[in-house]
Design a binder for this molecule. Structure first.
Ligand code: GLN
Ligand code: ZN
Length: 765
């Protein structure tokens, strides 16, 4: 029999229950016991869903209160001393690493959090010391949750981050210089001990995730697999059977690593992203090894095309026999929303095109049956074929006017009228900015009042005029606070925006929206990506009204705020029937019209955010990456190049790793870049001098993910560090990112220190 398996299930629950519980706990509104009980309730509910769907192999330890990599930091007692020395409860120590802790006399910042591969999920980076040791936490979480499931009648397969990936995804702490992978010898015995405890608890098999296998790996990392997996194999029957899981790419280029897994029971590969790796992988498997075939996409919301998946599965079964094939999700379903059943407002014709986590779980189970006994699931197969055909034939997907405009795009449309020097001279005159100009990245706190009013408006309880008046008041408040803080370039605060992508999606043709399709982005933060279903166009201006109003009441330049084409694409669920470059260019043309309209209406600083530009970068070097960079950069330029020289184009990125990406950033030709930087080494800015980057840069001076208010000295020190790498006239002073998740006192506290620090340096230079 072909078995079915799920690599991980979303954690949030039907109504983002986990988010609510975590946040209530952080606000001291519920006890630790209540929070842990809610976690347990969610785990049990999610196991039940999978069991009811008929899934054979159900994961445990895929749940995390904040992040699964962070779970492992605690599991291996790899918690930096600045947290352990606080003597917090294990749960509070865990959250302190995830989000910082500034309460009861304790003041520690969070660990660095970065993108999980090319997804919009963020993980907490293992942060390791020169004298790092590891040991197994008491009452290890994977064992505890395995037993919890077992008691409730679910036999599960625990999911672990593999030893090599755990280290390779980590970094040396500030002040240490250790190469994490050199710590392997110390970690492996702890890992083996954990596996033994899982086996003793009754786990027959474990899923060990080694997603770094999809990267181009350093030789040191490659070489680490063999000793790690040999040590596991040496434990023989004392440890569960191991399925090594990879996802988000192909592993063909790392085949020389595979002998390390010769004792593993099987291998999981992503056949949605890289179906072509099936044949070579089949040839690599040992005589008894299982293939876990990831055919149901863990990253999107489209209904699986059963006919296509079955073709892949049949090939595998022909080569290996049904006993050695498992039908699986391509990755964890962490990146998909909970259930389509919650969506009451989707147009009825498109409803049938989608599958969320609950539905994907059923797809996996249905496909497993369909491989060997198609008759048993005949009705499901027919319904699937009908839905796929309906989408292919739908009129929604095709707008001739959009195609026509795309056909007429010229190369000149991608370039500004003059080079940066000329532009900057004109901008300087026009905007009269001081040295070290201060600004923010766009959003101000999305208060509960804002959410209440937005909900009332969505439900029709208040009129459009009332809502508009409310938004104007919020803008007035934001402007007043910026006056008080004495910032140099203002923002209107984005109170009208639920989300930086959804807001635009709702104003464009070609999109549909969900009401409950939330996906975890980090910690308790979720996003609800809109869905691109057809050709995109802009029926009317999207942001001009708010920006114009804000500019009319402020005495300093007001920055218009748009989400760039690549980010609109990446943070939506894109179509799978046309290439992403085509969708991106459609977005760029719509945004180009918006940029020009803003300028016409007196907005002379316009920020086009592209925080997702880097995460879209294909994970490996080579042709695919070059092609992506070309169309992604072109889209940004097409969107922004329609303005006069005197209009200043800003762009913003939520990351600081520019080493392999610098030329793309430079090619955007944005007048000012703001980048996340506060938690990285300022040394990373060196690339800007090395490459003689001529334009202006605002490396974030403080971490906005944490409620903690940095001291004035911390700001000064940070700016000092930056000045070691950037010319004073190049440097802007701003936070790492938008402030929507913060509270107003945190924002006022931090920004007043930020402005004071900028003034200090203005005096000095
Ligand atoms: N302008 C957006 C904001 O401030 C940018 C958000 C982001 O980069 N993620 O919220
Ligand atoms: Zn950002």
């Amino acid at each position: 029999m072909v078995q079915s398996s799920v690599l991980g299930f979303p954690r949030m629950g039907v109504l983002r229950d986990l988010k609510k519980a975590n946040e209530a706990y952080w606000a001291d509104k519920i006890s630790q016991e209540a929070l842990l009980a809610e976690g347990k309730r969610l785990r049990l509910a999610h196991w039940q869903i999978q069991k009811d769907a008929g899934v054979d192999i159900i994961p445990s330890n895929d749940f995390a209160h904040y992040d699964h990599v962070l779970d492992h930091i605690q599991l291996f007692n790899a918690v930096p001393e600045r947290y352990t020395s606080q003597k917090l409860s294990p749960l509070d120590e865990y959250f302190a690493m995830g989000r910082g802790h500034q309460k009861g006399g304790v003041d520690v910042p969070a660990l660095e959090m970065v993108k999980w591969f090319d997804s919009n999920y963020h993980y907490v980076k293992p942060t390791l010391q020169d004298n790092q040791t590891f040991s197994l936490a008491k009452d290890p979480k994977p064992v505890r949750e395995f037993l919890e499931a077992k008691e409730a009648g679910f036999q599960t397969r625990p999911v672990l981050v593999g030893p090599v990936s755990f280290l390779a995804l980590g970094k040396a702490d500030r002040g240490s210089s250790v190469d994490p992978i050199t710590l392997l010898d110390k970690l492996v015995p702890v890992y083996v001990e954990l596996l033994k405890q899982l086996k003793a608890a009754g786990a027959e098999s474990v899923q060990i995730d080694e997603p770094v296998l999809v990267f181009d790996l350093r030789p040191e990392v490659k070489a680490a697999f063999k000793p790690a997996y040999e040590a596991i194999a040496a434990a023989g029957d004392a440890v569960p059977k191991v399925i090594v899981a990879t996802y988000f790419g192909d592993i063909v280029h790392n085949f020389d690593v595979l002998p390390a897994f010769s004792a593993a029971a099987g291998l999981h590969v992503d056949l949605v992203r890289n179906p072509e790796q099936l044949e070579p992988v089949l040839k690599q498997l040992g005589p008894n090894q299982i293939l876990s075939a990831g055919v149901v996409d863990g990253r999107n919301i489209w209904k699986n095309d059963f006919a296509k998946s079955l073709e892949i599965l049949q090939t595998a079964v022909k080569a290996l026999g049904p006993e050695r094939v498992i039908v699986a999700t391509s990755s964890s379903l962490l990146h998909t929303p909970h259930t389509l059943a919650s969506e009451k407002k989707l147009p009825s014709d498109v409803y049938e095109w989608f599958s969320f986590a609950v539905e994907k779980v059923k797809e996996v189970a249905t496909l497993a049956k369909a491989v060997t006994e198609p008759e048993a699931v005949k009705a499901e197969l027919e319904a699937n074929a009908a839905a796929i055909k309906a989408r292919t034939d739908s009129k929604r997907t095709n707008d001739p006017a959009v195609k026509e405009r795309q056909a007429q795009v010229t190369p000149e449309q991608h370039n500004r009228k003059a080079s940066f020097d000329t532009r900057y001279a004109e901008q300087k005159k026009h905007l009269s900015l001081p040295l070290f100009p201060t600004t923010t990245i766009g959003s101000f706190p999305q208060t509960s009042e804002i959410r209440v009013q937005r909900n009332k408006f969505t439900k029709g309880e208040i009129s459009a005029e009332e809502y508009e008046r409310f938004i104007e008041k919020e803008i007035e408040l934001a402007v007043k606070i910026q006056d008080e803080l004495d910032l140099d370039v203002y923002v209107h605060g984005e109170p009208e925006r639920n989300d930086m992508v959804q807001y635009f999606g709702e104003r464009l043709n070609g999109y549909v929206f969900t009401t409950h399709a939330w996906v975890q982005s980090y910690g308790s933060r979720c996003v609800r990506p809109p869905i691109i279903v057809g050709d995109i166009s802009r029926p009317a201006p999207m942001t001009v009204k708010e920006s114009k109003y804000a500019a009319s009441i402020s005495k300093k330049p007001m920055k218009g705020m748009l989400t760039g084409p690549v980010t609109c694409l990446r943070w939506s669920f894109p179509r799978v029937d046309v290439h992403q470059s085509v969708q991106c260019q459609q977005l760029a043309l719509a945004l180009r019209d918006e940029v020009v309209d803003l300028e016409k209406n007196g907005i002379y600083v316009i920020q086009v955010d592209e925080p997702a530009l880097r995460e879209g970068l294909p994970l490996r070097k080579g042709e695919e990456r070059e092609a992506y960079l070309k169309w992604a950069v072109d889209s940004f330029k097409l969107a922004t190049a329609g303005v006069e020289n005197s209009t200043q184009i800003h762009s913003h990125f939520c990351y600081s790793e520019f080493q392999d990406f610098f030329h793309a950033i430079a090619a955007l030709d944005a007048d000012v870049l703001s980048i996340e930087n506060s938690k990285s080494d300022a040394k990373l800015l060196k690339v800007f001098i090395d490459e003689e980057y001529p334009r202006h840069i605002g490396p974030g001076v403080y971490d906005i993910h944490s409620p903690r208010v940095p001291t004035l000295d911390e700001f000064k020190q940070r700016i000092e560090e930056m000045l070691a790498y950037l010319k004073p006239e190049q440097l802007w002073i701003n936070p790492d990112c938008g402030l929507k998740t913060r509270k107003w006192d945190e924002v006022k506290g931090a920004l007043s220190h930020m402005v004071e620090a900028a003034k200090f340096f203005r005096e000095k230079y």
